[in-house]
Design a protein around this ligand. Structure first.
Ligand SMILES: [Zn+2]
Length: 470
């Protein structure tokens, strides 16, 4: 017998869902972590025989899984909760719009929102997210996420050079927003790739990718340039497409063909291409999407909140079963929590006759979302060599009992803020359901002050029916 090797941390007495190729479940399992990397995973007896650690965490039989990846989160919107209800995209109502709110954010506001979001994500077992090019000051988001210890990938803000199609969703483009991030080609080409410097730190938790706003707001020239840059740099090219059915039809009218037929002809599909929403998929588009290996991100709340199912029942559960990579995202967490997407996908897939199994939802939240984020080489499973982004759920909460079938229990019942201990990059960033690196109270206070400050500057009142009643 060889002497045990030394590592930094072992999580033992765990029900480990590894999400490796075999989808191994170790009911009495353990994970060994060395530095930022997973050194070993398997039955506890094997791991403890081979490894000795400075620190051992007893999971008390709890479910341990790879951190979820939120493949689409407009993190700076976290603090506008309470000021905008319903579907903000169509505008109307007279006062300042959701786009005006966004345009009014300072770097301090974005930092406050990102910190709030980061704590919320950890509580829900999310260890990484994609900020899809909607933060005006990516440095502010990086500062907040690094302080809390959450992994993210950032892109340059609002790259768009033709906003004609935005007339379909006027609530998402105001004169104030257009002034702040003018839809001009020169500006886009100047900014494009501006967040990729973050990838030079191979050991860090802040990454960069290429994103265009999408939804028909990019010229063919800009689309080609963004995809070529992503190819050269080995990163993901990310874009919204198909949020709104009218908007998707406006794009088809402009391109005179189904959108994915046009995008395939342009050469901007591929394994590193990620498209968000995908609420319209024509029959002719199924093949180009599958053949290219592109990823789709489903944001179930955004889909449901606009009654899209009445016009175009989602085809994303069907696409997953056809072999496409399907990820899950929150979009804007104005009216839902980061962490709701998996449960919503689980429930809403039944509505379209393609009921997803809990196992399929878990695949979407881990492997699928990691791939859509361009982080699949680093995270998405608990396997030796990958980064130690690991969630230990609570062993004492009723939502996680009796846990006879851990995957079903986690996705269908225990999907809320039930994380007890969370590791990101090998570091313990949550313990006992509390963040370890930041003062939770201070994060909450900063978020509240920021929200009130923005509302005051915009002179906007919360629309709640009972707000202000004595
Ligand atoms: Zn979005």
């Amino acid at each position: 017998m060889t002497a045990p090797q030394t590592c930094d941390l072992i999580v033992r007495n765990a029900c480990v869902l590894a999400m490796d190729a075999a989808r191994s479940v170790h009911p009495s399992g353990a994970v060994a972590v060395r530095g930022h990397t997973i050194a070993a995973v398997g039955p506890e007896a094997d791991v403890l025989a081979a490894w000795r650690a400075v620190r051992v965490i007893d999971a008390a039989g709890a479910v341990v899984h790879p951190g979820f990846v939120d493949a689409h989160l407009h993190v700076n919107a976290q603090t506008c909760r309470g000021y905008f209800r319903g579907d903000a995209s169509k505008g109307g109502g007279g006062g300042p719009s959701y786009a005006d709110w966004k345009a009014a954010l300072t770097p301090e506001d974005e930092q406050a929102a990102a910190a709030l979001a980061s704590v919320e994500m950890l509580r829900h077992g999310i260890t990484a997210f994609v900020e899809p090019g909607s933060a005006f000051d990516p440095d502010a988001v990086a500062a907040a996420t690094q302080a809390v210890g959450v992994r993210c990938t950032l892109a340059d803000p609002y790259l768009w050079d033709d906003t004609e199609t935005m007339k379909t969703i006027p609530g998402l483009l105001s004169p104030s927003l257009a002034r702040r991030v003018p839809p001009e080609r020169d500006r886009c080409f100047k900014l494009l790739g501006g967040q990729l410097h973050r990838n030079r730190d191979k050991d860090g938790i802040t990454h960069g990718h290429v994103a265009l706003y999408g939804e028909g707001t990019a010229s063919d020239e800009l689309l080609r340039a963004a995809k070529a840059l992503a190819d050269r740099e080995g990163v993901v090219f990310n874009s919204h497409i198909g949020f709104d059915i009218d908007l998707a039809e406006a794009m088809e009218k402009r391109w005179r063909k189904p959108r994915f037929v046009h995008l395939a002809e342009l050469g901007v599909l591929g394994r590193n291409a990620t498209f968000v929403h995908m609420n319209l998929i024509r029959d002719e588009e199924v093949e180009p999407i599958l053949a290219s290996g592109a990823s789709s991100v489903w944001c179930p709340f955004a889909y449901a909140s606009r009654a899209t199912v009445l016009r175009r029942p989602t085809r994303l559960p069907e696409m997953k079963r056809k072999g496409a990579t399907v990820a899950l995202g929150t979009d804007s967490a104005r009216q839902s929590s980061a962490g709701d997407a998996g449960f919503l996908a689980f429930v809403m897939s039944a509505e379209v006759g393609q009921t997803l199994a809990a196992e399929e939802v878990l695949e979407m939240q881990t492997l699928g979302s990691a791939r859509a984020a361009g982080l699949d080489g680093l995270v998405g499973s608990i396997e030796p060599g990958k980064r130690a982004d690991i969630v230990v759920r609570s062993s004492r909460l009723a939502e996680l009992g009796p846990c006879i079938d851990p995957v079903h229990q986690l996705i269908a019942v225990g999907h809320g803020a039930t994380a007890d201990t969370v590791l990101v990059n090998g570091r313990i960033v949550m313990r006992g359901g509390r963040p370890t690196l930041v003062d939770e109270g201070a994060v909450m206070a900063a978020a509240r002050a920021s929200a009130r400050g923005v509302a005051e500057r915009l002179d906007i009142k919360p629309p709640g029916m009972w707000v202000g009643r004595a």
